[in-house]
Design a protein. Sequence first.
Length: 316
Amino acid sequence: MPLISIIVPCFNEEEVLNIFRDEILLVTNEMAKQPDVSFEFLFIDDGSKDRTLKVLRDFNKLDGRFRYISFSRNFGKESAMYAGLKNAKGDYCVILDADLQHPPELIPKMYELVSGGEYDCAATRRISRKGEPRLLSFFSKSFYKIINKISQTEIIDGAQDFRFMNRQMVDAILSMSEYSRFSKGIFSWVGFDTKYIEVENRPRKAGKSTWNFWKLFSYSIDGIAGFSTAPLKFASFLGILTCIGALIAVLVMVIKFFVTGETSGGYYTLLCVTLGIGGLQLLCTGILGEYLAKTYLETKKRPIYLVKETDHETKV
């Protein structure tokens, strides 16, 4: 009997968890009427500050299929998804958010697509950004355009973390145990046949999102640094371009002196040149520093997450 693991990352989700449980049980109980499928539910409490952990304990007491892992602090959604996949027992794994922006009613369709053998993964893709701030939408679209031009790994615009995967794909993802994780890139990098289901943007059922512009910006930088070395080449190109520009400027001044006898000067000219070159140097140093920081974190070999409490033995 195939086992399907439902993996749910949680951070301060106490307001929506009961609603989520009711909706996910409606879907899975209907599917479980078929004699060839069973479920487990694995909630990852990512260091929540509210009563999320208490709610998860109650779920486990009422139904042993509802398992949970609680981190010692907030490690981020990427770590929570990795922990869920690492500890899932299922032949198939589903990742979806607790806020119900990912519609659970799509799980049966995803199961049909993957269990049939034609696809290894079924995922959702937003076809609209209705309800999202315009500035955020603009930067999101720009990010996908940039990363797909500079990276050899194609990352689908609007692709969500809501995914139904077979065990082979899950094991491939777990083999990439890097500390700085960008799952959208990892999902694409490992390959495998993926079917995208187009969905409309949905609001949260309850609670507030903890994502903001700066967190998303930082996440996008992680994605670019993790799946492209183009910024390093860009820094080298800027350095060469600056040297060529300086050489041309020197030649122009020399030619002007011999032709007209005039010397070029001026405080503002010198200031602009100094600030321009200094700015380019800082930009290139910053790009190098970003990659060096990623390398530094990887060499420290810190665990991706630390468990404070769980209802079962965990794998790190």
